[in-house]
Every structure is written in C-alpha cells, then in structure tokens.
Ligand binder design. Structure first.
Ligand SMILES: Cc1cc2nc3c(=O)[nH]c(=O)nc-3n(C[C@H](O)[C@H](O)[C@H](O)COP(=O)(O)O)c2cc1C
Length: 250
C-alpha cells in the first residue's frame, strides 16, 4: 500500500502513518520526476481547506496517474467539512482518478485566524474512535463515500467561489515577523512551497499555500497573522515531531 499525504502541523501525517504502508509526501512528489504510481491499495490523506482540498493537493491530483483497484481518501478537518469530501471525489474523477472510499476525520483546527488552539485542545473530538472505524473500513476494502446535504454543497461552492473572486484573501501578505525572530530557519524548512527565504528575517515570495506551518511551528512564535484568535497559541500534533514535518516539506 502507498499512502500520499500533505501536512502542515502534523495531523494528516499522524493519520497517514496509522494506515501503515509506504509514505509519500505530496510536496516532495511534486518536486520530483516520477508521477505514475501503482499498488493494490493507494491512500490520500490531507487537510480540508475552505471546505475543499488545498491547492497543492489539487496540483498533485492533476499531475499524477494512480493505478489501483482501491483508492481511499481521508480528509482531516477541524470544525466543518461541508461538501469537501464530495468536492474531492468529483475533482479526482475529472482527473481520471476513481475514489472508492472517502471520509473526513475531525481533529484539532489549525486555522489560526478563527480558532484559539488552547480552546481547541479542550474540545472532545473523538478522533481515536473515529479513526479506528476508518482503519477497519479501509482494511476490509469497504466502498463508501461520505454523504453530503444540499447545504453542504452550497457551503463548499460558496467558499470556493469566494476564494476565486478574492485572490488576495489568505496570502502571505497577512503575515508579519516580530523582533523575536532569531533566524533559525525553521519557517524556511517547513514551507511546502519553498516560498520563504532568510534575509535577516523570513521574506515571503508570494507563492503561499496558507498552510500556516511557518507560523504554527516557529519556535520563537515570531511570525504572526494580522488577525488571529490568540497570538500565543500555536499547534503541532503531539505524535509528530518538527523533524518529520521538515522531512515532509523541505
Ligand atoms: C487555510 C486553512 C483552511 C482550513 N479550512 C478548514 C475547513 O474548511 N474546515 C475545517 O473543518 N477545517 C479547516 N482547516 C483546519 C484543518 O483542516 C485541520 O486543522 C487539519 O487537521 C490540519 O491538518 P495538518 O495538521 O495535517 O496540516 C483549515 C486550515 C487551514 C490552514
């Protein structure tokens, strides 16, 4: 089994690892030169962004060919998935990838503009219980696509339309670097887009995934958002090391 993943703060890597199999980082695959993969089972694990998939995952789906009798998708999310899974299944189909199993998994929400990580950590999300169901299903090769309601579809369509019409929403122009920065370079290493250079302090190049890895993982908490819920609260999944995220995204 091959499991492809994208992660900013470790949730999706934590889940990808639990499925076992060979792990492939999506940003690394995109930087390489092999785009055809085959296996008896193939998995995709990544976070939900804006009730749909991150741009880097879309690029991956557009670029690769996947040959397998069983392809599963797990979208980690922190609050509301809306029609995210269904959006992905359709997008994959348009790119000649048939998904046989697709579901979401509720975890801590790392979207700092809205959520206070300290409060998120206190919420009961039943992640382990839900994960064991997903693991069982995939082990048994169950076929299932998460159901969506009419309002789920509307939410996904609405937010995706908003993103399209507002290209300046959620960009690296929203970030500022404080005097606490000691030029350790962690931000450069965790950026999946190679969008950050160190020039006394981090300088952003305008090709931002808005995954917030640089902000959440800065050891000095020196990088901030113009608008955020709690500038002192930052997140990394407790089962995943900074080294693993660097290895995935560098
Ligand atoms: C730009 C952005 C958009 C997000 N959009 C959603 C969303 O639409 N719904 C949701 O429930 N969580 C959303 N989240 C939260 C993440 O999906 C969630 O925290 C995920 O588990 C993070 O995975 P990671 O640790 O592997 O990066 C968003 C996070 C970011 C950074």
């Amino acid at each position: 089994m091959k499991v492809f993943y994208f992660t900013a703060t470790g949730n999706s890597l934590d889940i990808a690892k639990r499925f076992g199999g060979e792990l492939y980082s999506i940003p690394k695959v995109l930087k390489g030169n092999q785009f055809h993969f085959e296996d008896e089972k193939i998995g995709l694990v990544f976070p939900c962004y804006g009730f749909a998939a991150p741009n880097i995952v879309r690029e991956f789906i557009e670029k690769v060919t996947l040959k397998s009798p069983y392809i599963f998708v797990i979208m980690t999310y922190g609050n509301k998935l809306a029609g995210g899974v269904n959006w992905l299944v359709r997008f994959a189909k348009q790119n000649s990838i048939d998904i046989h199993y697709a579901d979401g998994l509720l975890m801590i929400d790392n979207y700092l503009p809205i959520f206070d990580i300290n409060k998120q950590k206190l919420k009961e999300k039943n992640t382990e219980r839900n994960l064991s169901r997903l693991l069982n299903d995939v082990n048994q090769g169950k076929r299932f696509i998460r159901k969506k309601t009419f309002s789920d579809s509307l939410l996904t369509k609405g937010v995706q339309y908003f993103y399209k019409k507002n290209p300046n929403f959620n960009t690296d122009k929203d970030f500022s670097v404080g005097a606490e920065c000691n030029q350790c370079g962690t931000c450069v290493k965790v950026c999946p887009r190679d969008n950050i250079k160190l020039n006394n302090k981090p300088v952003y190049g305008g090709n931002c995934e808005f995954c917030l890895a640089c902000i959440n993982l800065c050891p000095q908490k020196a990088i901030r958002l113009k608008k955020e819920s709690n500038p002192n609260a930052r997140f990394r999944n407790e089962n995943i090391t900074l080294k693993e995220i660097i290895a995935a995204n560098e």
